[in-house]
Every structure is written in C-alpha cells, then in structure tokens.
Write a protein that binds this ligand. Structure first.
Ligand code: LLP
Length: 400
C-alpha cells in the first residue's frame, strides 16, 4: 500500500485499509465451507465504516448488527432486513421495536425477559418476530478475560439449563418464530477446542429442538476466530470451518457465522508519526506517536499486541529498543512495549498493523482528539472513505 504517499496527502494518524485483503479474508472463510450451506454475517462492530461494509456486501456478505445504529448503517450500505441479525446483550425497547418492525433475519435474544419483550412488541404490532436464542454454554474461550463471553459468570446469553425451559414455552407463543440457536463464546480465540465445543453444544441443542418438532432454519455459531497479531501459529480458517461443519452437519442445517476481526483485522493499519523521542532506561527510549489509545484502544484496554513497523527503513541498521506511547495524558496510553526497531527520528512514519478491526470502531475524542480519516486502497488507487473530523464537527452538538 502507498503508505508514505497517503500520509503525505492526508496527514497522520490515518487508518489505511486494503480492499484486496478484506476480500481475501472474506473469501477464505466462505471458500472453506465448500458445498456446505452457510451465511457469513460480517460483525459490523469490528468496523462499520460505510465503504468498507459495502465492499463486503458486494462479495455476498450479510450483516451482524449490535445496535439500531449499526442496523441503520447496514441499511445504508444496502443490506435488506432479511440479511441482518441483531445481536447484543442489552437491547432497548426502541431498538427491539425497530428490529421487529423491520423484520430482521433474527433477533438474537439474550434472556427470558428479552424474549417476553420481543413477544409483547410483536403482538402489539401484529407481527411475528423471528428470534434466535443465545445460549451461554459455560465454555472457557481461553481468550483475554475482557473478550471472553461464554462462561456462566459472563453477562451474555441464557444459561443452558434455563434455555431448555424456555424452549418448552415456545410452541405456544404465536408472535414468535424460533429460527435458530445462537452462541458466541468470545473473541480473538486462537485454539480450536473452545470453538468446537461451542459448536457441539449448539448442535446438540438444535437436535433436541428439532426432535421435538420445532423446525429450525440454521445454527448461528457467532464470531470469535482470532488472528495472529504476533506472527505465532494459530488455528487456521480451514481447521476452524471444518470443526464447525463436522459438528453442525449432524443437524443438516446451514451454518451462520458472525466473523468480525478475522475479516477486517488484517486488512488495516494505523499510520502514525513519531513526534518525540526521549530516553527511558539505559537500554530503551520512548517513541511518542501522534496516535495512541484514542485511535487504537486495544493495547491499553487488553494489553493487546500489535506489530509496529517503520514505513521506510534507515540504512544504518543497529536496532534500538522502544516503548511506543501515545500523546494522551494516561500512563496506560501505550501502543507497544519493548520493541526492537531500527533507529527512529522525529517525523518518521510507523505502521501499526492489524488495526482494521476494533481500531476506528473503538476510537474516541478523549483530549479532544479528532477521529482520524480512513483510506481505502483498491486496485492501485486509494480514496478517503471517512474524512478527518474537525473541531467544528466535534463542537456541532454543543451550545454556547
Ligand atoms: N458476534 C457476537 C455476538 C459478538 O459479541 C462478537 C464480538 C462477534 C460476533 C464478532 O467477534 P469477532 O469475530 O470479531 O471475534 N473489542 C474487542 C473485541 C470485542 C468483541 C465483541 N464481540 C477487541 O478489540 O479485541
């Protein structure tokens, strides 16, 4: 990608995405299913910038939205309601009303109470609501605790024992159509076992329901497939899909997946400029960047690792050790610890890798920092798909 040219024209910080990588990552998952029926609902929470979502829709992706606002973006990207699943642990009354009246493919219901609220809304509107029940299978995803969702102590889903009782009530609830069992046990999962076990739980429950005469349409196994941020070996897309198909094929039902990171993560970098270099310890220096936790929260929030590379290398080679930090007034505003890089000088450009997912989507205006622009590189050309926020944009909502 022409990173230096983009930085020269648009300034930094800036997110740069490769449409080619985005397409390849989507197709890799799609292809891995072979002939097995499936639908990929891209998890918009990973990155819902309109032009990026449109690239995926053009490939045949469907959408997973986590709020009415993501549903609205999905609609503006051209998705039909029947292509949208609505997930999320806390859906407000207004959000549920919107989803029921739109007639989305499924509302992934997270509790008995929410199921009753959906039923009441559907009854009032004279509609039948399509629901999937998100079960909490009590499985340890072995990911970072902040992004593990499948344990009983996590807030997500209906506990599995309670789910069975809930199913017994469904046959008589005429305003509801149960279309699927749904689960999602966490994100950035790098081993196959939790994913396989979750698929087995969803399969067993689906079979249980089908045997009792409830005609399900598909099984929704959520997202969660990790990517290798540090270059280490992790479960491959093929191994992942094979494991899911091996389980879910016992139902013959199509598989729905909600991948976010595995598609968008590797497709983006965050470009930043070194704005200061100063001593730290005898062995290391601070490299202060013009991007930090406001542009990429993951390192500060989860201690996440992102590779940092100089965009142009200096000829003299002896590496130095850097602590990459952002400009925000927080000690946790660290982008990368103890990195060995060729010597850096103020003004140098660095690329922070794998920032396509949960980068711009989690950015904030803390310290009144404007949201950076986003650039999409496609077929040798590039264009700004979101311009840099201005102070006027930020203050447009405020009164004197
Ligand atoms: N489906 C559901 C119900 C989810 O909660 C999530 C992610 C996904 C699908 C997509 O998961 P993925 O394929 O991207 O792993 N901010 C964190 C990640 C939070 C993920 C939340 N839910 C991070 O930066 O690591």
């Amino acid at each position: 990608m022409p990173l230096a040219a983009i930085a020269a024209k648009e300034g930094t910080p800036v997110y740069v995405y490769s449409a080619a990588v985005l397409r390849e990552r989507y197709r890799a998952i799609d292809r891995a299913f072979g002939a097995y029926p499936h639908a990929l609902h891209y998890a918009m929470k990973a990155n819902s910038t309109l032009a990026l979502v449109k690239v995926l829709r053009e490939l045949g992706s469907a959408a997973d939205a986590n709020s009415i606002w993501e549903i609205e973006v999905a609609r503006r990207a051209g998705f039909e309601p029947a292509q949208i699943v609505f997930t999320g642990v806390g859906k407000s009354q207004a959000e549920l009303e919107c989803a029921v009246s739109l007639g989305v493919k499924a509302i992934n219901v997270e509790s008995a109470g929410e199921l009753s609220r959906v039923e009441a809304i559907a009854t009032r509107l004279g509609r039948t609501a399509r629901v999937a029940i998100r079960v909490n299978p009590d499985i340890d995803a072995k990911s970072h605790p902040h992004i593990s969702t499948g344990l009983k102590i996590n807030k997500f889903g209906v506990p599995i024992e309670e789910a069975r009782e809930l199913f017994d009530t469904l046959a008589s609830r005429r305003a509801l159509t149960l279309v699927a069992i749904h689960l999602h046990v966490g994100s950035q999962i790098t081993t196959i076992e939790p994913l396989r076990r979750a698929a087995a739980v969803a399969t067993d429950l689906s079979l249980h329901l089908m045997q009792r005469g409830l005609p399900l349409e598909y099984v929704d196994l959520g997202g969660g497939l990790g990517i290798s941020y540090d270059g280490g070996e992790i479960v491959s897309v093929q191994e992942y899909v094979d494991a899911l198909v091996a389980e879910a094929s016992r139902t013959s039902l199509p598989i729905v997946l909600e991948p976010g990171r595995a598609i968008a993560g590797p497709a983006g970098v965050l470009l930043a400029t070194v704005i200061d270099v100063k001593p730290r310890t005898a062995e290391s220096e601070f490299a202060v960047l013009d991007a930090g936790m406001t542009e990429l929260l993951r390192p500060a929030l989860y201690g996440a690792f992102h590779q940092i590379e100089p965009v142009s290398r200096r000829a003299d080679a002896d590496g130095r050790q850097y602590e990459f930090v952002g400009p925000v007034c927080e000690s946790s505003d660290v982008v990368g610890r103890d990195r060995q890089l060729p010597p850096l000088a103020v003004g140098d450009l660095v690329a922070i890798r794998d920032a396509g997912a949960y980068g711009s989507a989690m950015a904030s205006n803390y310290n009144r920092r404007p949201l950076p622009p986003e650039v999409l590189v496609d077929g040798g050309a590039w264009r700004v798909i979101r311009r840099r926020q201005t102070v006027d944009d930020m203050m447009a909502l405020e009164s004197q």
